[in-house]
Design a protein around this ligand. Structure first.
Ligand code: AMP
Length: 429
């Protein structure tokens, strides 16, 4: 069977690498892919953009693709799964109506409230009904969010009502294009963040291994927010009791609620959770796809056949399968280009990939492309070096051995990925 992976990031490289290991798979196509998927065994890049819905359907038909997996959110939000289903093609991901969970924070907040799922208190405004006095009555800090897709940049946390009002007005004024037509303003929640990722088939749920990512650019969680500078799995913040609470109070009511609302959810579902000091798992956001960079360490630990899991989901029999995990920890460090997360330098030759390939662990590519037979940088997050180990400390050592083999001009990365879990390991918690 041929598989098609849609997207071009580190997540898609990991999905393609994992699917290529399935004995049922003859070839994995990636549209459009990157420099890593270009050289992965049994994987081939195809030059179709990830939001070219008609082009993707035509490709899947022409190549007789048996299963398509959508990596990023943008094609899901524009309805690529609906187009595949209409063409009689098997495609793993939520339909457009269910992908609103990521495409519209206003929709999500209303959904969470209606179904009694814990989340921060909030109000939604448009330019027309914006109420600065309501904002002035809120406790600080205040969180201001553009409702639509804003490439991970649409959340601003401010310390005063005046800043919150100015931020909202900038969003109404087009700072994030139409993503800011609606703005959600919500209470700031203290606590520790955790990612919780599942596969759903409309009704049944299989949980992925727990993980935690690092959003800030610099060590010790300083500097600006990014798409993610590293992640590890398992995440000790989600112990067995918290796992059960998140399933019971968040994931199960969400999947049930979507089915009841007539928009059943099939695909990866990613809940961004803030675990309050009192233990409440509050939903910060939903993503309608696997996380990046969480996918890379999580798939390093997946022993089961990912293709079989996706097929089981499309056949509505996730209740009859299980995901089997390597008990070891995995940890991924993102290597980013100079300037990231703002405008980045591109086109630099990457050194040391051959040496890294001889070391244990795996380097997944994101913003890379092939140029005259060499791999050069072509985006902000360039690589994700993933190590495995008996615990998070050992996985971290393996990942940084890969990092230290690689270089290019202006390369930047954090040196402390996994520090919270490692502190817990050292204190014997
Ligand atoms: P989101 O895209 O909604 O997950 O927001 C991006 C990041 O902003 C999250 O990962 C949190 O670190 C932070 N954040 C979002 N909402 C809140 C909140 N209500 N309280 C505290 N931090 C938040």
């Amino acid at each position: 069977m041929k598989i098609l992976i849609v997207g071009s990031g580190g997540r898609e490289h990991a999905l393609a690498w994992k699917c290529a290991q399935s004995p049922r798979v003859s070839e994995v196509l990636v549209a459009p892919g990157n420099g890593g998927t270009a050289t992965e065994p049994r994987v081939r890049n195809v030059d179709v953009a990830s939001e070219d819905v008609a082009g993707l359907v035509a490709l899947a038909k022409a190549e007789q693709v048996g299963l398509t997996i959508i990596g990023p959110e943008a094609p899901l939000v524009v309805g690529v799964v609906d187009a595949f289903i209409a063409a009689g093609l098997r495609c793993f991901g939520p339909r457009q109506a269910a992908a609103q969970l990521e495409g519209s924070k206003a929709f999500t907040k209303e959904f969470l409230k209606r179904h009694g799922i814990p989340t921060a208190a909030y109000a939604t405004f448009t330019r027309e009904n914006f109420d600065p006095d309501w904002v002035r009555r809120q406790r600080t800090p205040i969180v201001v969010k553009a409702s639509g897709l804003a490439a991970g940049k649409g959340v601003v946390i401010v310390d005063s009502a005046d800043e919150a009002i100015a931020t909202a007005q900038a969003m109404f004024g087009g700072q994030f294009g139409s993503a800011g037509n609606e703005v959600v303003i919500e209470e700031f929640l203290p606590g520790e963040e955790a990612s919780f990722i599942v596969m759903a088939d409309g009704k049944n749920i299989v949980t992925m291994a727990t993980s935690q990512d690092h959003k800030r650019l610099k060590d010790a969680d300083a500097g600006p927010n990014t798409g993610g500078m590293g992640a590890y799995s398992p995440a000790p913040v989600v112990d067995r009791a918290m796992h059960e609470r998140i399933m019971r109070e968040v994931i199960e009511p969400t999947i049930r609620g979507l089915a009841k609302d007539g928009t059943p959810y099939t695909g990866f579902l990613y809940a961004g959770i803030m675990v309050h000091p009192d233990g409440t798992p509050n939903v910060l956001e939903y993503n309608c796809r696997f996380g990046d960079p969480e996918t890379q360490p999580i798939l390093m630990r997946l022993r089961s056949d990912l293709v079989e899991l996706c097929e089981a989901a499309l056949d509505h029999r996730l209740d009859r399968v299980q995901a089997d995990w390597d008990p070891r920890a995995a940890l991924g460090v993102v290597l980013a280009a100079e300037g990231y997360p703002d405008s980045v330098r591109k086109g630099d030759a990457i050194h040391g990939l051959d040496a890294a390939a001889k070391l244990p662990g795996k380097v997944f590519h994101a913003g890379t492309r092939m140029q005259d037979g060499a791999v050069v940088t072509s985006g902000g997050r360039v690589l994700c070096a993933v190590g495995l180990g008996e615990d998070v400390s050992a996985a971290q050592r393996q990942a940084y051995a890969l990092v230290d083999a690689i270089s290019w001009q202006g390369m930047q990365c954090r040196r402390d990925i996994g520090y919270r879990a490692i502190a817990r390991e050292r204190s014997g918690e």
